[in-house]
Design a protein around this ligand. Sequence first.
Ligand code: PHE
Ligand code: FE
Length: 294
Amino acid sequence: MNEPRRVEHQQTDKGYVPVYTTAIVDQPAEYPADDHATWGTLYERQRALLVGRACDEFLQAQDAMGMAPDRIPRFDDLNEVLRATTGWTLVGVEGLLPELEFFDHLANRRFPVTWWIRRPDQIDYIAEPDLFHDLFGHVPLLMNPVFADYMEAYGKGGVKAHGIGPDALQHLTRLYWYTVEFGLINTPDGLRIYGAGIVSSKGESLYSLESDAPNRIGFDLERIMRTRYRIDTFQKTYFVIDSFEQLMNATAPDFTPIYARLDAQDAVPAGDVHVDDRVFHRGTGEGWADGGDV
Ligand code: PHE
Ligand code: FE
């Protein structure tokens, strides 16, 4: 039960990682006490850190779903709440899925959740998504009606991009990376985290908001789709949305002509800032890269 079956390796946005069986698997009826303890340790540490750092939608949804530190949540219990709220369903999987399978799940409002949790020696870092990243990081925002629609639209867009070709897919993957995984949101109280890759990481929860090192740039669809990203270290650039509605509206148009246009342009290195980027400073300050309205 501990070691999932590894089928092959694949270069993905998480690096060179194993791709598991694509089948949907049942969550085990029981987890060892150590696994519950790992969940509890991570849950308590991140919740303490995320109050005032993660967006309210995220924190409130975790509470509303009944996620708690005492034990690994049951997918069935979460599904009752999710189904009644936004119609999403969690399905258990062994780990990362091939892209098309993943898109197909999202397009049908199914979110694949890795059934196993990291070992105690992997508390601070694990290269591939586990139950903590998937459940703690991704699932809460599926309770938000607008974000829930965005994820479904992304899945449908993924099926389409897969049919267009590898360049379209790469452009779309960057959008997932800079929103679903590493997105920040501008609120009246200051910048907040909504990306699952950040909220499930202690180091990046602090770094993304409080370090002076990374860029924080206003959401710009084509800018994101051109921007390379780092898989081996904290991000060089975070993109900031003003609202989930903005994200939904900006991604509603047909991407086909956008992909065609992007094919003719060079990728932007992960850490670049351009003169017309809308730059956010640490905390609440906002200005433009050309020294405008800081
Ligand atoms: N509008 C996109 C397309 O036509 C689909 C999409 C929506 C992609 C939302 C990502 C997020 O391909
Ligand atoms: Fe993820």
